[in-house]
Design a protein around this ligand. Structure first.
Ligand code: NAD
Ligand code: MLT
Length: 527
């Protein structure tokens, strides 16, 4: 595991990476060209918000498997480019939210009470002078929050204790969440703009949110509005904000994210009623330790091929869910791996049926494991959880999922039907106890097989002597059989044998086996 850290993260994070056996190069402040020159040697890159992870970088990053964003916002990372290449992007969305919220409150009070200017007069000019700098109390005022997610709701809770009235605009948050937080929901951004004395924005930077507070919104605002942006540059159009400051529509700004990062070029820096910090929302000892340790664990887990809860380009798994899902991921991947080892026809459609407990889980991620398993025998390590569904789509494979809450005989059951031009292939599997995977059906033949690294699967006519002959040939080929099961279709006079064996089976032995009278098809399967 060779990992490049291109921006400063906590020492504890670096220590964690090293403890896990990674070779780590920490190069904060390195130039773009140097980054492009060296990235080809690394399996993972850890960044904060300065490093642009884009096509130019991906093209040089032939070994790159994981991008770790030590923080939350991933607007500096080209997600589509990563997904296409199977590069997993992980972040730490929970680790710095308290710090970001606290800086928001800090900037809000600092700007409403002119703290930096008063400080400068006293400390800088040794001038005991409060004149012209009367502040505004928070109690009784209305704060308008745009984006009531993790940070927005922490801000709401804290500002309530100041005796403020809280209104918010977030069309993606349920009414009940608004109710639980004691926040008045505004259906339209304009309504919020009209009513609030203080505006604070906490959305991610997306196509929809970029510039969402602009000229029109400031037109609707109360004169003397206070503005805070501790989220991302560009959410509030800077030109419009400059104009609103000049026209005194906006009385003060608290800003952690001026445009131009990492250069100090924003025109807002010229206003002394703008209190500004250089993207320092997450710069506390606590947040940086949290972020550093979390990103180190996640990057290492992702490099080891484990599921990571905070993978941005994978379905989200909530805390605790990962453990439940893990065994089903193994089961799904195992079942998926069998198709191309048993059949040669190109897949056109994959129908996945989840029954019992499986139907209650986050099945989208299990389906990814099935697709990963399906394509692995053909594409080897080029396929992973991140690009599995992209690969299916680009090969024209249609994937459907259905669920049934009850199932006879099993607590949980996954059945995959693989449809090709000429046939249909089915395979089903379950889990016994906590984590024992079993294959219980292949193409209508029923078994109870514990999958093993080496297996032999043979279809034969159901008549005496076939199994005996196979046994003799295994002896000759020095192959030790560990277990054997036979599934039968009495009406078709056919049977399927599934054997687990202790070692690989040579091509010659397989050829001998396929020549045995009564053997219809025999395949060696590796899991
Ligand atoms: P979050 O995903 O938990 O919440 C974002 C909220 O915005 C969601 O509830 C979402 O529904 C809402 N939203 C999305 N589009 C919207 C729209 N068009 N209109 C209204 N609401 C919309 O994110 P978070 O963890 O609370 O982070 C919020 C912001 O803070 C992000 O931009 C993040 O990058 C930034 N951040 C900054 C710092 C810092 O150092 N300054 C630190 C951490 C996070
Ligand atoms: C984030 O998105 O987490 C913040 O911008 C903080 C950071 O990157 O340090």
């Amino acid at each position: 595991m060779k990992i490049l850290v291109s921006e400063q993260i906590a020492v504890k994070g670096i220590e964690k990476l090293t403890q896990e056996g990674a070779t780590v190069d920490v190069k904060p402040g390195m130039g773009r060209q140097e980054l492009l020159d060296i990235i080809g040697a690394y399996d993972a890159l850890i960044v904060r918000s300065n490093t642009k992870v884009n096509e130019e970088l991906y093209q040089k990053a032939s070994l790159l498997k994981v991008v770790g964003r030590a923080g939350n916002g991933v607007d500096n990372i080209d997600m589509e480019g990563a997904t296409k290449r199977g590069i997993i992007v992980v972040n730490t969305p929970e680790s710095n939210v308290v710090s970001a919220c606290e800086l928001t409150i800090g900037l809000l009070i600092a700007s409403c009470r002119n703290i930096p200017r008063l400080y400068n007069r006293l400390q800088g000019s040794r001038e005991w002078n409060r004149s012209g700098l009367k502040g505004m109390e928070l109690q009784g005022k209305t704060v308008g929050i745009v984006g009531l997610g993790r940070i927005g709701s922490l801000v709401a809770t804290r500002l309530k204790s100041f005796g403020m009235h809280i209104i918010a605009y977030d069309p993606y948050i349920s009414d009940s969440r608004f109710k639980n937080l004691g926040v008045d929901k505004k259906e339209k951004l304009e309504d919020l703009m009209r009513e609030c004395d203080i505006l604070t924005i906490h959305t991610p930077k997306t196509e929809e949110t970029y510039g969402m507070i602009g000229k029109e919104q400031f037109k609707a605002a109360k004169k003397g509005l206070r503005v805070v942006n501790c989220a991302r540059a560009g959410l509030i159009n800077e030109e419009a904000l400059v104009e609103a400051l000049k026209k005194k529509i906006v009385a003060s700004v608290g800003l952690d994210v001026p445009e131009g990062e990492p250069e100090a070029t924003s025109p807002l820096l010229d206003f002394d009623n703008v209190v500004v910090t250089p993207h320092a929302g997450a710069d506390t000892v606590e947040a940086q330790n949290n972020v550093g340790i979390t990103i180190a664990k996640e990057v290492v887990a992702a490099l080891r091929g484990e599921m990571v809860p905070n993978a941005v380009n994978l379905p989200t798994l909530h805390h605790g869910e990962l453990e439940n899902v893990k065994t089903h991921l193994n089961l799904g991947e195992t079942l998926g791996k069998l198709y191309y080892q048993l059949e040669k026809d190109a897949v056109e459609k994959v129908e996945i049926l989840y029954r019992g407990e499986a139907a209650e889980l986050e099945t989208s991620v299990i389906s990814l494991a099935i697709l990963k398993g399906l394509f692995e025998p053909v594409l080897k390590e080029q396929v992973n959880y991140v690009n599995a569904s992209f690969i299916a789509e680009s090969r024209g494979v249609v994937v459907t999922e259905s669920k049934e809450s009850v199932v006879d005989n099993y607590l949980t059951l996954i059945t995959i039907k693989v449809i090709s031009k000429n046939k249909e292939f089915t395979i089903s599997g379950t889990i016994f106890g906590k984590s024992e995977i079993r294959i219980v059906e292949i193409n209508g033949y029923e078994f109870d097989v514990s999958p093993a690294p080496y297996m032999l699967i043979a279809e034969n006519t159901d008549k005496p002597g076939v199994i005996g002959q196979l046994g003799t040939l295994f002896g000759v080929g020095k192959v030790n059989i560990a277990t054997m099961q036979v599934g039968r279709k009495i009406s078709d006079k056919r049977a399927m044998m599934v054997l687990t064996v202790d070692s690989e089976i040579s091509k010659e032995t397989l050829e001998f086996l396929s020549g045995v009278e009564g053997i219809i098809k025999v395949r060696f399967v590796k899991l």
